[in-house]
Design a protein around this ligand. Structure first.
Ligand code: 3PG
Length: 403
């Protein structure tokens, strides 16, 4: 059992807490605040205990200086101020040498959010490579570390795994909630168990897909993942997102060969065009032309997927069926969610995009559990543990005294 926040001595201490504020932001506006809302229980508990609070989080992928412009955590500061109805301070420079002194001058209940930890990845990947000096510097800012970023707990980064090596550490309320729900509904799922996956790059998910196939009864695919599998079956996917790597395509062929019964792929789709925004057309999967880009699944695919869903007792949805925010390509995701809701079985939705789509179509209260973790949830289901949680202190065994 991992050390829980409630069993830590945190009264009036300086607490560093890692959240996952990797939220969708457009033009400075937060489009889905689920992950921020999710962090409030832990924050309120720390405030009630008169802690000084230093928050760490990443946002997006930061590989170049330009990436920093669109991946600042500044919009999150404004959101936290509103939600907590108090001042929240922001440090643009995570490694500012005066930061430790500055933190010392903070008062109980003060909150300081540091800029995106992945800014430290440019140019030397210090955050992502779990640099020991960075980890120790971050740890020097506080007395206790709380890991409450479930969606980042599959990443061995300085702000997740590294920092925990230097401080008494525990899991926060959000991580505790996530683990309890996933253990209950998905670790030994009521079968048949169906996994539905959308997503862009098959390269990122290949191992997870292979491992997931060993656990589930049906795997229904959409998006870039499905396109790559279709390509491996020699379908022309036009200009759609799909892998070009011949080794991966060979791999996909083998996966398909060994899992004929389990893997389901789109039969029909809605396409747009790579050069004409107004063009959109329904097509069977063997009618795709070179400029076509697959943006949604079609009605025949929905009918096929519905059969698998109706015979399942547990369903895990990770991803969307297409570009659901665009009315032209929203039907696949919307209809799939409606089918899942009407089925009234255990449905766990995992990952930022999938949870956002559930909220977008008004199904927020209709499913068994909405998990903030995408990759983290998949890894937990497959491996049964997560590196960012493994690194947290264990609860001490209660000593049984001989009398
Ligand atoms: C997520 O949204 O799944 C997490 O924030 C992890 O993001 P990452 O894949 O960029 O590490």
């Amino acid at each position: 059992m991992k050390k829980r926040l409630e069993s830590m001595d945190i009264k009036e201490k300086t607490v560093i807490v890692r959240f996952d504020y990797n939220v969708p932001i457009r033009d400075g506006k937060i489009l889905d605040d689920t992950k921020i809302i999710d962090s409030l229980d832990t924050l309120k508990y720390l405030l009630k205990n008169d802690c000084k609070i230093v928050i760490l989080s990443h946002l997006g992928k930061v590989k170049t200086e330009e990436d920093k412009i669109k991946n600042s955590l500044e919009p999150v500061v404004e959101k936290l101020k509103i939600l907590l109805n108090q001042e929240v301070y922001f440090s643009r420079d995570i490694l500012d040498p005066i930061l430790p002194e500055h933190v010392k001058t903070m008062l109980p209940k003060d909150i300081l959010l540091l800029e995106n930890t992945r800014f430290l990845d440019v140019p030397n990947k210090l955050e992502s490579n779990c640099d020991i000096q960075i980890s120790s510097f971050l740890a020097s800012l506080g007395e206790v570390f709380v890991m409450d970023a479930f969606a980042s707990s599959h990443r061995a980064h300085a702000s997740t795994v590294g920092i925990a090596k230097f401080l008494p550490s525990c899991i926060g309320f959000s991580v505790e909630r996530e683990l309890a729900a996933l253990n209950k509904f998905l670790m030994s799922p009521e079968r048949p168990f169906t996994v539905i996956m959308g997503g862009a790059k098959v390269e990122d998910k290949l191992e997870l897909i292979e491992a997931m196939l060993k656990k589930c009864d049906h795997l229904l695919l959409a998006g870039g993942l499905a396109n790559s599998f279709l390509k491996a079956l020699n379908f022309d996917v036009g200009s759609s997102l799909a892998t070009n790597d011949s080794h991966i395509i060979e791999n996909l062929k083998n996966i398909l060969l060994n899992n004929r019964e389990k893997i389901m792929l789109p039969l029909d789709v809605i396409v747009g065009s790579s050069y004409d925004e107004s063009y959109t057309k329904y097509k069977k999967i063997n009618e795709i032309e070179p400029d076509d880009m697959i943006y949604d699944i079609g009605v025949k695919t929905l009918e096929k997927y519905k059969i698998a869903i109706l015979e399942s007792n547990t369903i895990f949805l990770n991803g969307t069926m297409g570009v659901y925010e665009d009315i032209k390509y929203s039907n696949g995701t919307k209809e799939l969610l409606r089918i899942l809701k009407e089925n009234e079985k255990i449905v766990v939705v995992g990952g930022g995009d999938a949870v956002s789509s559930v909220k977008y179509f008004g199904y927020k209260d209709d499913f068994t559990y909405l998990s903030c973790g995408g990759g983290a949830t998949l890894e937990y289901l497959i491996n049964g543990h997560l590196v960012g949680i493994d690194s947290i202190m264990e609860e001490k065994e209660i000593e049984v005294l001989d009398v």
